[in-house]
Design a protein around this ligand. Structure first.
Ligand SMILES: *[C@@H]1O[C@H](CO)[C@@H](O)[C@H](O)[C@H]1NC(C)=O
Ligand SMILES: *[C@@H]1O[C@H](CO)[C@@H](O)[C@H](O)[C@H]1NC(C)=O
Ligand SMILES: *[C@@H]1O[C@H](CO)[C@@H](O)[C@H](O)[C@H]1NC(C)=O
Ligand SMILES: *[C@@H]1O[C@H](CO)[C@@H](O)[C@H](O)[C@H]1NC(C)=O
Ligand SMILES: *[C@@H]1O[C@H](CO)[C@@H](O)[C@H](O)[C@H]1NC(C)=O
Ligand SMILES: *[C@@H]1O[C@H](CO)[C@@H](O)[C@H](O)[C@H]1NC(C)=O
Length: 689
């Protein structure tokens, strides 16, 4: 290695260590391996105990008992994801291994070029921007950007179409490709709402007072960006920022918040008109045809769905009262903002920014690096075994008497078809790139172009369609895919300190088990079972009626606890199902152990220094997944006026997520000796699965 290369990587290492140092008590992957089983178990017990509030009564508020001492300004899930990110940065930082695929090497190379890129005002960035602007219609606000040449023939549909094609940008038009819900074995194009610079919650019909201070803050941010990126003067940048934000603000007037696009949800709830692009172009007087053919380099004749009629009517109105200069300024500002380093770019923030870019552009490469480091065949077997046992437990639930015989059979078949898919990575092909470690901008441009080309090709060709956002190994997501009849799950939930096989099975079922079971049960909730997506997989009217009757019980619990809320009711139904299924599966596992032969294994079911039975530990671990920082200000509601709170009874939505499902479980009440009628042991118990 050359001398400069060497000192560079030393510098990077120091940065990374500084980054690690920000999180006390959380080493990266480095130390985990060397701990003995006893230490691991003691640490876990210590950590669980530290979060508890022993002055609280488990029978009046189990959340308070389990999480009352939670002192981190974050949730367990956010902490886990942060730790995974640190691991990912370290993996990308390492020089290429022999076992790395060509694609993974490209990800490392790209990441490293991103880390060392000089940012604002650097020559490379200026050259890149200047080229980019000239090639994409010009930027009227920037003198010498060839705007004049385009002025007369500026075609916004063509410009934004090309920006989509080569850079994956989503400006003025939100084009989505996902399952055609009328015939799920093929894909279709949807014209939907685009992403916006104004945050989603401020960008809807409902929220539209332009004098709101939030919009002023956005304007100031845009002005600062224009000054920093394009060396504009104070007045000019303030004027332009005002113009850009006001144009978008107008667009928000037609939006209902369809972003982020949820392909699976659309399958069940969408009801859009489907027409050809020519028809839609005429109907809305917007050139959709040019937009889409600039993306695909060909005319698309198949009809597409109009998913956002209000938005496109609003777009038409907005475009017709603005001149070309204003439109081009908006388009180019959005484009530049999507490419360039953020304003708060500092050496210590750079790794996180570069990681986010790799996640977005090369998720599979990152998944491969993660899987090869952290996933073992043993892990895979453990998880598949857990899944089988959850499946058995759910099968017993869907065989209950309240389901009619016919629907029971449908459910059992649906369940036995449902597979757990864990990401695995065969040596993928490299992208056609020539990466240069010292030229990030050159790399970024090629990468965006190549990634887009591949995605567009796949989306139109593949039948049956593949999910647009497959779950990668480093993710904590578990996702139900009705069309493919499967659950996808990442490996990240199986990382210490959240998961370690040495903690025992009670903890395994209580954490990974409940999360997985909850998603499995989703396949049998009202939405996913009342509409037969695939041939004959819906339920009969009597079963539907009984399901409805049972869900009303949950609705009553929610209403009594705080107030009527149908989202909270759905969540409670899901999480009760998750808890019940995982708990029953755990009991089955216990029953399968022979008391004498498996004695050693059974002694591992409790933790040293925590005086709880294995089943009590199960409930504790379940609860502690949901600890929440807001809740530590218990008793000082004035500090947090935004949370819905019933001060007198200290009821909140966060607490309901823990207390709600446990209240429905007789085994919980028995375990903690909760008298009948106490808050955690009400007489009316609700169950579905
Ligand atoms: C779909 O929309 C059409 C017209 O917009 C309406 O007549 C029809 O009832 C809707 N179908 C469903 C299932 O909502
Ligand atoms: C476009 O509108 C802006 C603001 O109303 C105005 O300053 C500008 O001169 C107009 N440009 C053209 C080319 O008409
Ligand atoms: C509806 O549920 C209640 C309890 O929640 C039960 O008493 C009643 O029998 C159920 N009705 C039907 C028709 O299943
Ligand atoms: C309804 O419940 C959800 C989830 O529990 C919560 O986030 C939301 O704030 C609740 N809505 C109202 C209006 O209280
Ligand atoms: C829970 O239920 C709602 C409504 O049926 C659904 O949208 C959601 O995906 C379900 N699953 C989970 C894990 O929350
Ligand atoms: C453990 O808990 C039981 C009851 O839950 C109690 O009788 C026993 O004294 C406790 N042991 C210790 C060592 O705290």
């Amino acid at each position: 290695m050359s001398e400069t290369g060497c000192s560079k990587s030393l510098l990077l290492l120091t940065l990374l260590l500084a980054y690690l140092g920000q999180v006390p008590g959380e080493g990266g992957a480095f130390q985990r391996v060397f701990q003995t089983e006893e230490t691991v178990r003691q640490n876990k017990a210590h950590e669980m105990r530290r979060q508890m509030n022993f002055r609280a009564s488990p029978c009046s508020d189990f959340y308070e008992y389990a999480c009352g001492n939670w002192e981190t300004e974050s949730t367990p899930l956010a902490k886990l994801e942060h730790r995974i990110d640190v691991d990912l940065m370290r993996l990308l930082e390492e020089s290429a291994h022999r076992k790395d695929s060509a694609l993974a090497r490209q990800a490392k190379e790209f990441y490293q070029s991103c880390l060392v890129a000089r940012a604002h005002q650097s020559q490379q960035q200026q050259d890149f921007l200047s080229d980019f602007i000239q090639q994409n219609g010009g930027f009227p606000a920037v003198p010498g950007s060839k705007w004049a040449a385009y002025n007369l023939e500026y075609n916004w549909a063509q410009v934004t179409g090309r920006l989509r094609r080569h850079y994956g940008m989503d400006i003025l038009i939100g084009l989505r490709v996902s399952y055609n819900y009328a015939s799920v074995q093929e894909n279709s194009i949807y014209l939907s709402e685009p992403t916006t610079l104004i945050p989603r919650e401020l960008c809807t019909k409902r929220h539209l007072n332009e004098r709101d201070s939030a919009y002023k803050a956005i304007e100031r941010l845009v002005a600062t960006q224009l000054k920093t990126w394009l060396a504009m003067g104070n007045e000019e940048s303030a004027r332009l920022a005002g113009e850009i934000v006001s144009l978008e603000h107008e667009l928000c007037g037609g939006m209902h918040g369809l972003e982020p696009w949820n392909a699976e949800q659309q399958l069940y709830t969408a009801n859009f008109t489907r027409k050809t692009l020519s028809e839609l172009s005429q109907l809305y007087d917007l050139d959709f045809k040019t937009y889409v053919s600039s993306i695909y380099d060909q005319t698309i004749f198949r009809p597409v769905y109009m998913a956002a009629p209000d938005y496109y009517r609003q777009l038409k109105r907005t475009l017709s009262i603005r001149n070309g200069t204003q439109i081009a300024n908006y388009v180019m500002y959005r484009a530049v903002a999507a490419l360039i380093f953020p304003l708060e770019d500092k050496p210590e923030h750079r790794p996180a920014y570069c990681l986010a870019t790799v996640k977005r552009l090369l998720p599979a490469a990152l998944g491969e690096l993660y899987a090869s480091q952290y996933v073992t065949e043993e892990f895979r077997l453990q998880l598949l075994q857990l899944y089988d046992q959850l499946k058995d437990a759910l099968k017993r639930s869907v065989s209950a008497d309240w389901l009619e015989e016919g629907s029971r059979r449908v459910a059992q078949r649906k369940l036995s078809d449902l597979q757990l898919i864990l990401p695995s990575y065969e040596q993928p092909l490299a992208l056609r790139l020539t990466l240069d470690r010292s030229n990030y901008w050159h790399n970024l441009r090629q990468l965006l172009d190549e990634v887009q080309a591949q995605q567009l090709k796949r989306q139109l060709e593949e039948s049956p369609p593949m999910p647009a956002d497959p779950v990668e190994a480093y993710e904590t997501r578990v996702h139900y895919r009705p069309v493919q009849r499967r659950l996808e799950m990442g490996w990240a939930l199986l990382q210490p300190p959240d998961y370690d096989e040495r903690y025992g099975h009670a903890l395994r079922y209580a954490t990974v088990g409940t999360v997985l079971a909850r998603q499995m049960a989703t396949a049998f909730d009202e939405l996913h079972w009342s509409i037969g997506l695939l041939e004959h997989d819906n339920w009969d009217p009597l079963t539907a009626y009984r399901y409805q009757n049972r869900s009303e019980c949950f609705g009553r619990h929610v209403e009594e606890y705080l107030q009527h809320n149908s989202t909270a009711t759905q969540l409670l139904i899901n999480s009760s199902a998750g808890l019940n299924i995982a708990f029953n599966a755990y009991l089955t596992w216990l029953g399968l152990q022979a008391p004498n032969n498996d004695f050693v294994r059974l002694t591992k079911e409790t933790l040293p220094g925590l005086n709880y039975s294995n089943t009590a530990l199960f409930f504790l671990a379940f609860a502690q997944q949901h600890c929440n920082p807001k809740e530590q200000h218990y008793g000082e509601p004035n500090l947090w006026p935004t949370i819905t709170y019933s001060v007198r009874q200290s009821h909140s939505w966060t607490r309901l997520a823990v207390n709600g499902p446990l209240r429905n479980l007789a085994d919980f009440a028995r375990e903690f000796h909760c008298p009948a009628g106490s808050p955690m042991n009400p007489s009316e118990k609700c169950t579905i699965y």
